[in-house]
Design a protein around this ligand. Sequence first.
Ligand SMILES: Cc1cc2nc3c(=O)[nH]c(=O)nc-3n(C[C@H](O)[C@H](O)[C@H](O)COP(=O)(O)O)c2cc1C
Length: 197
Amino acid sequence: MCATIAKKEPGLTDMRVFIIFGSPKKTGSTAQILNAFISGLPDDVSVDIFDCFERSPLPCNDCRFCYEDDLCTLSDLDDFYTKLEAADILVFASPVYNLSFPAPMKALLDRLQRYWSARFIRQVRPPIKRSKRGLLITANGAQSQEGGEMLERQLKPILTTLNTKLIKSIHYIGADKKSPLDTAIKEAENTAHLLFE
Ligand SMILES: Cc1cc2nc3c(=O)[nH]c(=O)nc-3n(C[C@H](O)[C@H](O)[C@H](O)COP(=O)(O)O)c2cc1C
C-alpha cells in the first residue's frame, strides 16, 4: 500500500476521503478490510492514504507553540495537515497493539494536539472548518473487541477537535487465529456504500 495513493485523480469530485493507515502489514487483516472499504467507494471519489509506518511521524514534544499560533513547529506533517483539513471523510484503520494504537499511529494522533490547542487554548470554534464523517477500522488479535473499543475511546475526544463525527466502527476479532474476515469485509463495503447514498 503506497503512502499516498489516489483512487482517481483528485478534482473529479468535491468529496475527499483521507485514510490514516496504522499497520506495518500491507496485506494484513487491517489492509484487507480497508481495501474492501476503498473498493466499495464510488469511482469518482478522491482517496488519499497516509501510511503511519512508512512516514513514521515525529512525536509531539509539547513545545506549546500551537498555544500561540496556528502551526506545528515540526514540519514533517505539513502535507498531512493540509489533506486532513480538506477531507470530508476520515478513516482510521489500525491493528490493536497492547490495547492501543501501534507507536507510529499513536505519534500521529498526538500530533493532532495543535487542534486541541486551537479549540481549548486559543478558543477557535471549530478548529477545522470543514466538517467530516469518521470511520474506525480495528484488527484485534484476540477473540474480543475490547482492544478496538479502547482505540475508539482514545479516538473520540480527538475527533471532536477535528470537527468529525464517528459514524461507524468495525472491529475485526480473532486475527491471531486467522478468523474469517468476511463479516468485517462486508461491513466495510456496506459502510462505503452508505456514506455515498
Ligand atoms: C506488539 C503487538 C501487540 C499486540 N497487542 C494486542 C492486543 O493488545 N490485543 C489484541 O487483540 N491483539 C494484539 N496484537 C495482535 C494484533 O492486533 C493482530 O496481529 C492484528 O491482526 C494485526 O493486524 P494487521 O495484520 O493488519 O497488521 C498485538 C500484536 C503486536 C505485534
